[in-house]
Design a protein around this ligand. Structure first.
Ligand SMILES: [Fe+2]
Length: 269
């Protein structure tokens, strides 16, 4: 049968979000009873086995358990071995300066073209602070980018959610100036979805009238509806995102079976 040799118009862009890897400086680093490098590579293996090729992996922060250049090198080595295209952005456990300066070809791409779509990454991390905040520079970057890209559907990726998700201890850490963010997003009018990490659990809600999704961690999960720190024994997961040229999208979670068991008795991490 004759095959069209022209590149086909991309009708759907296939993206994956993974988040909160909490990698340590060495491969055996363990947190809450989980060897975080092992669950991370199990997630990568599952992504590589996706039936349709994944065109971009968005890693939405807390790459490292404690911003450490060896953790970033480990992450980059595993990503390169996986052969998956990827971009990353920082979380509160990361050292963004190290991510940008101390590893070669640090893949922080604030605006990514995926067919008709634009993927915008925001940095909500503030050095020395657990909670999220968007700096003046970040807000004006967002405003400028959205005014340039107003004809394209946009998906936003960032580490901290900008709203409460029902866990009091995590809700204190949401993006502090989320009202300003909501104002910019509402005015833009072409934001189709927001994807965040940080909360180690899946939430599907709305922010500023825009669908918002959080994604479980590649290592251990936090218990839903808990006032204080509490772990849950749900497995690692990643999020599949299909972006259609007409501005519609589909997303679903994919859980990844792991041989490891989380230690739910710990009181912090
Ligand atoms: Fe975080």
């Amino acid at each position: 049968m004759m095959q069209d040799t022209e590149p086909r118009h991309m009708e759907v862009a296939r993206v994956v979000q993974l988040t909160d890897c909490h990698l340590g400086p060495d491969p055996d680093f363990t947190l809450a009873g989980i060897r975080t490098r092992q669950t991370f590579t199990e997630v990568l293996d599952a992504i590589r086995r996706e039936r349709d090729p994944v065109e971009m992996v968005m890693a939405t922060g807390d790459i490292a358990a404690k911003g450490n250049v060896d953790a970033y090198r480990l992450f980059l080595r595993e990503m390169r071995e996986s052969g998956l295209p990827f971009a990353w952005l920082p979380g509160n456990h990361d050292d963004f300066r190290l991510m940008q300066e101390s590893v070669h070809a640090a893949p922080y791409w604030p605006v990514l073209d995926m067919g008709e779509w634009r993927l915008v990454s925001l940095n909500t991390a503030v050095p020395g602070r657990v909670g999220g905040l968007l700096s003046r520079e970040e807000l004006s970057f967002l405003r400028n980018t959205l005014s340039r890209e107003h004809r394209h559907p946009v998906a936003i990726f960032m580490h901290h959610p900008p709203l409460d998700i029902g866990c009091a201890w995590l809700d204190e850490q949401k993006v502090a100036n989320s009202d300003e963010l909501a104002g910019i997003l509402r005015e833009a009018g072409n934001i189709k979805a927001i994807f965040t990490g940080h909360v180690h659990q899946p939430v599907a809600t709305e922010f500023a009238g825009i669908p918002l999704f959080t994604t479980p961690s590649t290592c251990f999960q936090f218990a839903a509806d808990s006032d204080d720190f509490a772990l849950d024994d749900a497995p690692p997961a990643y999020r599949r995102i299909e972006l259609y040229a007409n501005g519609l999208f589909r997303t679903e979670l994919v859980s990844v079976a792991s041989s490891q068991r989380v230690d739910t008795q710990i009181s912090g991490y």
